[in-house]
Design a binder for this molecule. Structure first.
Ligand SMILES: N[C@@H](CCC(=O)N[C@@H](CS)C(=O)NCC(=O)O)C(=O)O
Length: 110
C-alpha cells in the first residue's frame, strides 16, 4: 500500500519550504494543504496540538511537526533516496549551523 503523505503548510513559510525542498529532492509525492494561519483548520489543531503551527507532515495519518524534526524523520524513513546530509562531519556541522541560523533569525509572526 502506498504511503499517504500530507503537508500542512503556508506557501511563504521558510520552515515549510525546507520540507518541500526535501520531499522534492527525495521524489516523495504528497498532498499539499495550504493553511490560513489567521483561521487555522481543525486538522492543523488536531495534528499539531502542541504549537498549532505549520509545517506539519502527516504520514499514514500520524503527524510529525517542527520542521527540522520532520526533515530528520523524512531522511530516516526514505534513507535510500537522496540523503539530506553529506557524510563529511564538517559539512554536516555547516548544514546544521545554517539550519539553526534560520531557526533563530527568521521570524514569522502574526
Ligand atoms: N520551529 C517551527 C517554526 C514554525 C513556524 O513558526 N511556523 C509559522 C509559519 S512560518 C506558524 O505556523 N505560525 C502560526 C502561529 O504562530 O500561530 C518549525 O521549525 O517548524
Amino acid at each position: 500500500m502506498a504511503d499517504e503523505m500530507v503537508l500542512l503548510d503556508f506557501w511563504p513559510s521558510p520552515f515549510g519550504m525546507r520540507l518541500r525542498i526535501a520531499l522534492a529532492e527525495k521524489g516523495i509525492d504528497y498532498e499539499y494543504k495550504d493553511e490560513d494561519l489567521w483561521s487555522k483548520s481543525p486538522l492543523l489543531l488536531q495534528m499539531n496540538p502542541v504549537h498549532k503551527k505549520i509545517p506539519v507532515l502527516t504520514h499514514n495519518g500520524k503527524s510529525v511537526y517542527e520542521s527540522l524534526i520532520a526533515l530528520q524523520y523524512t531522511d530516516e524513513v526514505w534513507n535510500d533516496k537522496a540523503p539530506l546530509l553529506l557524510s563529511d562531519p564538517y559539512l554536516i556541522a555547516q548544514a546544521r549551523f545554517w539550519a539553526d541560523f534560520v531557526n533563530k533569525k527568521v521570524i514569522f509572526t502574526h
